[in-house]
Design a protein around this ligand. Structure first.
Ligand code: DMJ
Length: 574
């Protein structure tokens, strides 16, 4: 099966292509299994959610072992609580984070109850110092996504009246973010006090993801409110970050928002950088601006060239491209999911297998594994119920419909229930070598881990619509009115739908986002499929004088080089 499109549209083609190989008899068996697994995941979600509502709400997160709470909104990013008023009751972060999952699980009553409670009780006029990135992805993203789900008439989530209360809350929060961007560079401070703005002597250090992953939520907020400031500050920060890249198209991990200088030159695809890549690609999908695509493409190619080693990704110095740290980290496991979106399914599959091996070996994934010493990092042995492997598994199953990914999901569900379930919810693992637990159920377990596992086994919620999931797993629909490229005629109303017809079964929820020009009668067999990482050799006969004339291989994403006899190929050993 092959595809007629620009490389950047390749992923839809893969999604369609794989669907032609589904065997109907095995499909029935898969469906039975999927229904059973979906119900198991539903139980998991409610065990986590009900315990939160009973023992922690309206505080931010649940402590499942002691059945108590933590007001972690200001602690997010692992800093200690500061300036917390004694009468502070939290911001119900786990409830905000649960709304889109409740919608996907079809619990309209609980969704509506949550919306009403937040409308009447949530306030951001509190003297609390919060991490901008975390507050953006969890609270702003949670509110915006729930607002969009609430106003989508096809969901019928609200029986009573809904007067955009969640959007008003989001707008209020977004305005409180704005002072963070008032720096000489336009790069935002990492921390902000919701009541008073940037605090005296505030740290000027932040991370690449901290200032490069705000555009989905802030962009959506501008489109919804008509106030351009949110999108404009987020975009300015993103462009500034991109201007600071090295000649190799690489970025560091931490930087100073006042001087605009890099503080940490080593970077990779994991902590501190991960969602920067993700948001360039997803912003292109949601808003259709060519600029996002150009930035993403360059950054992605550099990642394949300088970080990738077979299925693994090490870190590298942004100036020299030389490897620095050889580590597999739990956060990196989102990468295969992103690769599915860009069409590099083969590369996604090979990395995903390595992460799953790690899961099988340890029961869950340790935060950091030292590839060069073949051991777990001595101080990062924990697994805080992270969603990234479930997320990639969901994307890869969407793209391939290979039932092996259902096995992966089943294994994950079993491990989570076996090692992390306690009477009061799900607890993080402090040490994967002993499975000793820690008294914390992070809100992303409700927003992401359970949601992606549920969607793996039942994608009916996304099957006929085009959602982009934020880095916190909150769905935002692709809309023609927000999009620079997709023609109006492509949409039914203002929402997007999969086309009906013979090939619909193969079109996933993600399929229409960047592939508008596919027609059902396309002569798919005669076309050549390309991956986004494919860069053609300079000469059509693949002859070359130097490595510079050779491109990047489409299947492996590896840089080709010029052989002694003058031909481009994958000559360099891994
Ligand atoms: C989530 O808060 C988001 O996915 C974020 O981008 C990084 N990872 C955590 C969960 O692991």
């Amino acid at each position: 099966m092959s595809c007629p499109l620009h490389p950047k549209h390749a992923f839809i083609c893969l999604l369609i292509s794989f669907a032609f190989f589904i065997d109907p008899s095995s499909q029935h068996v898969d469906n039975v299994r999927k229904n059973q697994m979906r119900e198991k995941v539903r139980e998991m979600f409610y065990h986590a959610y009900d315990n939160y509502m009973t023992y922690a709400f309206p505080h931010d997160e649940l402590k499942p072992i002691t059945k108590s709470f933590t007001d972690s909104l200001s602690e997010l990013g692992n800093l200690k609580l500061e300036h917390l008023p004694t009468d502070y009751n939290g911001s119900a972060v786990s409830l905000v984070e649960s709304l889109s999952s409740l919608a996907i699980l079809g619990n309209k009553t609980e969704f509506e109850k949550g919306v009403l409670w937040l409308s009447e009780n949530l306030t951001f006029d509190v003297d609390v110092r919060v991490n901008l990135f975390e507050c953006n992805i969890r609270v702003l993203g949670g509110l915006i996504s729930a607002h969009l789900l609430a106003i989508d008439p096809t969901n019928r989530l609200i029986q009573g009246s809904y007067n955009n209360q969640l959007l008003r809350l989001a707008e209020d929060l977004g305005k409180r973010f704005l002072p963070a961007f008032e720096t000489p560079t336009g790069l935002p401070y990492a921390w902000i006090n919701l009541k008073s703005g940037v605090m005296e002597n505030e740290t000027t250090e932040t991370s690449t993801s901290g200032c490069g992953s705000l555009i989905l939520e802030m962009g959506a907020l501008s489109r919804l409110t008509g106030d351009p400031r949110f999108e404009s500050v987020a975009l300015r920060a993103l462009r500034q970050l991109w201007r600071m890249r090295s000649s190799l198209d690489m970025l560091g991990t931490t930087l100073d928002v006042v001087t605009g200088e890099w503080l940490e030159y080593s970077s990779g695809i994991g902590a501190g950088v991960d969602s920067f890549y993700e948001y360039l690609m997803k912003a292109y999908i949601l808003f259709g601006k060519e600029d996002y695509w150009r930035m993403f493409r360059s950054a992605y190619l550099a990642s394949q060239k300088y970080f990738r080693y077979g299925p693994w990704y090490h870190e590298a110095n942004m100036w020299s491209g030389k490897p620095t740290y050889w580590q597999l980290t739990s956060l990196q496991a989102f990468w295969p999911g992103l690769q599915v979106l860009v069409g590099d399914v083969a590369a996604a599959n090979s990395s995903h297998r390595e992460f799953f091996h790690a899961w099988e070996k340890f029961g869950v994934i340790p935060e950091r594994y030292l590839l060069d010493h073949q051991m777990i990092h001595p101080t990062e042995r924990y697994y805080p119920l992270r969603p990234e492997l479930a997320e990639s598994t969901f994307y890869l199953y969407q793209a391939t419909k290979d039932p092996w990914y259902l096995d992966v999901g089943e294994t994950m569900v079993k491990s989570l229930n076996r090692y992390t379930k306690v009477a009061g919810g799900f607890a993080s693992v402090r040490d994967v070598t002993t499975m000793q637990l820690e008294d914390h159920q992070h809100s992303f377990f409700l927003a992401e881990t359970c949601k992606y596992l549920y969607l793996l086994f039942d994608d009916s919620f996304v099957a006929k619509r085009n959602y982009v999931f934020t880095t916190e797993g909150h769905p935002i629909q692709v809309m023609s009115s927000w999009h620079e490229k997709l023609p109006e005629s492509y949409f039914s109303g203002n929402w997007t739908f999969s086309k009906s017809g013979a090939w619909e079964s193969g079109a996933s929820a993600m399929s229409m986002k960047v592939c508008p020009s596919v027609a059902p009668n396309s002569r798919l067999h005669e076309q050549h499929r390309e991956s986004v990482c494919h860069v053609p050799d300079q000469k059509i006969d693949h002859k070359c004088w130097s490595n510079r004339e050779c491109g990047v291989d489409a299947t492996t994403c590896r840089q080709r080089s010029c052989s002694a006899v003058g031909f481009c190929g994958l000559w360099n050993p891994l």
